[in-house]
Design a protein around this ligand. Structure first.
Ligand code: PLP
Length: 395
């Protein structure tokens, strides 16, 4: 009875579902404490105190019809104004409320912008390894995902191949930095090169090619690394932001899109994105959470615990002989599997009750993703298993 499209989608999502189920079985067999589930990107750091305070204050002091009512499909004007003000202060930009559309997380924002710009058969370029949902989001609008193969030395994008893969059908390029699954931050030089390639190709094809900057991990950057703000480098940039990780609120589904004045056909883009937000069934982003994030715009989760996890895990794994680009952001580590078959390697890890995600889920076979958004003690307890796993392959 289900649609042909859904038959394929259900089939393809079964790997992660199977892992989730397996995790539960292992936990019931060995106890929760003895299972090391590094498969999910669910924040382990508590949301900042300000969130609770803001929710209480809003509920107690603001008019209920305003807090819980419908509003402009783009979101509350004062909330969007507050977000624009904060961005301008941080990145020396010139946004106002008209450049901001509140969305149902980054996932909602990506769907809104892809619906806004994509015709069937349009091409959307992604750099492997990439967040697997991009494929499904592009398919929602019958766009074609074009994958640039990974540069496994640095995990910066492979720019020669990128340039070759741009055609007159290229509508967008999705950039995700800090990156899921590698944790790598794309350097300013990379961003400048991507921008100049795109400018040249827009001229060559007399077309508009958009950068969609998917930024749920922007605030999770370590050692003071610079995460370039892409609207400053390339005119046709749309930013998709989310508070899921920056404020540890993934279940609340709140984020926004930035569509700068400079993008081609700005007025039409905004009007279309506004309608897309409505007719995709979101109608508008959650009303209470819009008001909450506006009040907490300068609040931050304490990323020092992620950083501590990163140091422990990275240093230990390298000592045991694993190969991995040191992550500069997000809460993921992308290790090279000790055998070509990453699924077999993830299964070997499972024998030590360690759950990790095969890189083929991110179009990068031969690697595995470890999500270190877990308690520090969990990592300490998992390390002997990682060591034994390495020994099994190296002896
Ligand atoms: N983009 C990337 C790269 C992600 O890793 C995620 C979630 O993990 C999303 C988008 C979706 O984020 P959200 O939960 O805010 O919709």
């Amino acid at each position: 009875m289900i649609s042909n499209k859904m038959i394929d989608l259900v089939k393809n999502s079964s790997v992660i579902r199977a892992m989730f189920e397996e995790g539960k079985i292992l936990a019931s067999k060995y106890g929760e404490d003895n299972v090391f589930d590094f498969s999910l990107g669910n924040p382990s750091v508590e949301p900042p105190e300000e969130i609770k305070e803001a929710i209480t204050t809003i509920i107690q002091t603001e008019k209920a019809n305003l807090v819980h009512g419908y509003m402009n499909n783009s979101g509350y004007e004062d909330v969007r104004g507050e977000i624009a003000r904060s961005l301008n202060q941080r990145f020396d930009t010139k946004f106002s409320e008209k450049n901001i559309i509140m969305t149902v997380g980054a996932a909602g924002g990506l769907n809104v912008i892809l619906k806004t710009i994509c015709n069937p058969e349009d091409e959307v370029i992604v750099f492997a390894p990439y967040f697997g949902e991009y494929r499904n989001y592009a398919a929602n609008y019958d766009a074609k995902l074009v994958v640039v193969s990974p540069n496994t030395k640095t995990f910066q994008p492979n720019l020669d191949e990128f340039e070759q893969k741009i055609t007159n059908k290229t509508k967008a390029v999705i950039i995700n930095s800090p990156n899921n699954p590698t944790g790598v931050v794309y350097s300013e030089e990379t961003i400048q090169k991507i921008s100049s390639i795109l400018e040249q190709k827009e001229k060559e094809y007399n077309s508009s090619i958009f950068i969609i900057s998917d930024e749920p991990y922007r605030e999770l950057a370590y050692d003071g690394v610079h995460v370039p703000y892409l609207t400053k480098y390339y005119k046709n940039t749309v930013v998709g932001y989310s508070f899921s990780k920056s404020l540890s609120l993934p279940g609340e589904r709140i984020g926004y899109l930035v569509i700068p004045d400079e993008v081609d056909d700005f007025e039409d883009m905004i009007a279309a994105a506004n309608v897309a937000n409505r007719i995709l069934g979101f109608v508008n982003a959650p009303s209470l959470l819009q008001r909450v994030v506006a009040k907490c715009i300068d609040a931050k989760v304490d990323i020092s615990s992620y950083n501590r996890n990163r140091e422990l895990l990275y240093n230990s794994l390298v000592e045991y002989g694993y190969t991995c680009a040191k992550p500069e952001g997000a809460f993921y580590l992308f290790i090279k599997a000790f055998e070509e078959d990453d699924v077999a390697f993830a299964n070997a890890a499972k024998k030590h009750n360690i759950l990790i995600v095969p890189g083929s889920s991110f179009a990068c076979p031969g690697y595995c993703r470890i999500a270190y958004c877990v308690d520090y003690e969990k990592i300490e307890k998992a390390l002997p298993g990682f060591k034994k796993l390495a020994e099994e392959y190296n002896l």
